[in-house]
Design a protein around this ligand. Structure first.
Ligand SMILES: CC1(C)CN=C(N2CCN(c3ncnc4sc(CCF)cc34)CC2)S1
Length: 519
């Protein structure tokens, strides 16, 4: 790796979105190998300026009435909240940090010196990387991280964070290892991504794998090991051997996708999100998102906040992500469906949301639940125990067309059962249980919201019997078999209890209303 190319140097200083896009375009089109370390440092510097709440740049103090809002931001309800920063006189463009070449070169040189200074290349054969080399590089990054820090914090994904604060999140460690191997000349080392983990592939045919970072909390890291065992367990974390295996340009897409515009839990930097959006469209046009469903999902989210005229819509991008997952990853990815389901839910398209969640559940049903799968467990928990209960309590099935209520729509009921069936099948054959009483209570509460005549309309076929279906199977071909009857009674008891609770709650409310009226 020969440092930063002249053609890229000419893009500096980076002082607006256009100059950053031209740097990425140069790296993506005019070079054999885009320089991951340099791009990660440059985006990290820009992200740091836009998201650290100490103002955006030179000029008078923010108490100065002349100070314009140098950096607008969007809070959760989409209201543009002004984040007053020290700024230039009124009327100038919003502040964009000026990133000079020397500041990027200095950090790049620091990284290159650290890596080349710590690996004695004479210990390793040139050509393809070995497991030993990769473990050595991972150790170098690992041992230079701050002893203890909050690993889930935002903005810890870039080499800027690593080189100025010795902090990286688990994804950032994996990217740093790949960027370091690139600097050492091992171009066969690439990033492999599941929906909640990252590792590397390497070797002559790029099929050797190695853990290079940790995962989750309280799990021993498995750095240096291959991911064979994880795959064998059938856990979602390793996607049953259907990860996104990146080439160099998809690694650039991962860097851009990981840009985090959040200023605080309730504010995003509009400029940083806009930069990220433009870079994602550049990568889209160059074809580097073609096999990267989550990047398409991220772009869809950005478009839902600030649509770009003449570009595919959010829904089209999410549907493209689903098509990629189906065609290139044997439909083993969950998130394309939860991206779309979440968007439909937020837009009151409850019937279509239910359909997507049933599809997502069909995907997870192909896995065995493992304790390291808690991220996707939380996704399904929120859908089952918050979103669906809200919908069946209030929701109408459609958006614009005549809003038939979800609870009177047999197709919604079918998707509702399909959703739970998939989760039961996920649990079957797993070492760790998925469902507990809250799931069952919410299931019964939601189930009983559907009108009885609708429930009779739906024929139920489940690949394998599971506890939620016993109630339906009890009315199956052989009438009331023992299991069905027993489970039916169990469900009935639960249903009675839930209804009793509901009645008490109503009574309680009534009493309070009466009380209030008598005040
Ligand atoms: C539908 C959702 C819950 C919304 N956001 C989601 N994500 C946001 C973006 N995510 C991602 N976006 C691009 N690339 C990657 S690689 C990776 C595994 C850790 F290395 C995660 C991830 C993770 C998932 S899924």
């Amino acid at each position: 790796m020969a440092g930063i190319r002249d053609s890229s140097k000419q893009c500096f200083p980076l002082q607006d979105i256009k100059s950053v896009v031209s740097l990425f375009r140069t790296e993506l089109t005019e070079t054999t190998e885009p320089n991951l370390a340099m791009l990660s440092i440059a985006t990290g510097i820009i992200e740091n300026v836009f998201t650290s709440n100490r103002g955006g740049g030179p000029g008078s103090s923010s108490s100065d009435p002349e100070a314009i809002v140098g950096r607008a931001a969007v809070n959760n309800s989409g209201i543009v909240a002004a984040v007053a920063v020290a700024a230039a006189p009124v009327g100038i463009e919003p502040i964009f940090p000026v990133v000079e070449l020397p500041s990027v070169e200095a950090l790049y040189c620091k990284f290159e010196t650290q890596i080349k200074g710590s690996v004695d290349l004479s210990d390793y054969k040139p050509g393809y990387a070995t497991r030993g080399l990769i473990k050595k590089v991972s150790d170098i990054i690992w041992s230079s991280l701050t002893r203890s820090y909050y690993k889930e914090k935002a903005h810890l994904q870039s080499l800027f964070s690593y080189l100025t604060g010795n902090k990286l999140d688990c994804f950032g460690v994996a990217v740093a290892v790949v960027a370091a191997c690139q600097i050492l000349g091992y171009e066969d080392v690439h990033l492999a991504l599941s929906e909640d983990h990252a590792w590397v592939v390497f070797g002559e045919d790029g099929t050797d794998t190695a853990e290079v970072t940790w995962h989750g909390k309280g799990n021993e890291d498995k750095r240096g090991q291959s991911i064979k065992l994880g795959v064998a367990e059938g856990s979602w974390l390793y996607l049953n051997d259907h990860p996104v295996v990146c080439d160099r340009r998809m690694e650039v897409a991962a860097l851009v996708s990981a840009v985090n515009p959040s200023v605080s839990s309730s504010l995003d930097s509009i400029e940083l999100a806009s930069l990220q959006q433009d870079l994602m469209w550049l990568l889209y046009d160059l074809g580097h998102l073609k096999k990267y469903p989550m990047a398409l999902g991220n772009l869809g989210d950005l478009e839902s906040i600030d649509p770009t005229p003449g570009r595919p819509s959010t829904i089209e991008l999410f549907e493209e992500a689903i098509a990629v997952a189906e065609n290139d990853y044997d439909n083993h990815h969950v998130y394309p469906y939860t991206y779309l389901g979440g968007h439909l839910y937020r837009n009151y398209e409850y019937k279509k949301a239910m359909e997507q969640w049933a599809e997502a559940s069909g995907v997870i049903s192909r896995y065995n639940y493992n304790r390291e799968d808690e991220e996707v467990y939380k996704e399904f928990m929120e859908i089952a125990n918050d979103l669906i209960p809200y919908i069946v309590k209030t929701g109408s099935a459609g958006g614009a067309e005549a809003p038939m209520k979800v609870i009177n729509d047999p197709e919604c009921y079918g998707d509702f059962l399909r959703f739970y069936d998939g989760i039961c099948l996920w649990e079957e054959g797993s070492t760790t249980p998925v469902l507990h009483i809250t799931w069952a209570k919410r299931f019964i509460a939601s189930l009983t919201r559907f009108s009885a005549d609708i429930r009779e309309l739906v024929e139920v076929e489940s690949g394998r019997s599971c506890r939620f279906h016993l109630e339906e199977e009890g009315q199956g071909e052989n009438g009331n078999d023992e299991d069905g009857r027993e489970a039916k009674n169990e469900v009935k008891e639960e249903e009675t209890e839930v209804k009793k609770e509901a009645k008490e709650e109503e009574a309680g409310v009534k009493k309070r209303e009466d009380f209030n009226q008598n005040i």
